[in-house]
Design a protein. Sequence first.
Length: 280
Amino acid sequence: MRRVPGYWHADPTRSSVWAVVSALGIPQRLDSALETLGSIAQLLGEVIRSFRYQRPSWAEFVRQLYFVGVKSQSVVITTGAATGMVLCAQTYFQFHKVRLDTATGAVVSVGMASELGPVLAGLMLTARVGASMAAELGTMRVTEQIDALRTLATHPVDHLVVPRLLALTVAAPLLTGEAVLTGIIASYLVGVKLLGIEGAYYLAYVDRYTSFGDISIGLVKAVLFGATIALICCYKGLTCPDGAEGVGRATTEAVVAASITVLVSNFFLTLLLTRLMGWN
């Protein structure tokens, strides 16, 4: 077909590609994702305004702190210990080939303190606490309890979101510290008692190569992960569809979204925090 000068002619290849993209629903999904990010940012703004102009409900904060912190210790400690033992064994098996057995402790301590500790604690908190938050707030929305709070001149963000976010933000670094410490102790027992590593050298390598920066990176990550988990799960609960199916869907979406956010953001936080700590 001859092209007429001065007129625009559509590229058939480009049109077919756009048709496939539209058929897959990618523009709609992208639009939905951006809308969700905007809504979460708006919720964060309401939380910040609540901190400035409204005193948090300390009784609710203490109740949530007990639920988030004390009742999550068993699962977080178990996860930290199991991870430390596995990491110690696998590191030893590889280092033993090049006669670096005593350096196993350094790898375990640094890995647990800066990476595995906060990430695994965040994932466990997402599965246990985040799911509970989303389900609880979703049920309150479906049963119109949140509307009742507004009728009583109580903002849901002040009464429901802020105490939960504060509790998870405070509890996450404490639980991460427990997971890291438990993992290092468990790895020491496995390395020294089971694999035959010299205990004095094991502890010497841990002390030599584990810096304050590694511990600080892990704790800062834990604080950010805790706030992110609470924000995402509270948002999913407050915006869940009606009915029992809607609550279940919102809970599942909250756990998946929070878990993916923890895993993806961990990479960027590692690059950013190590650079800020003076690593070159």
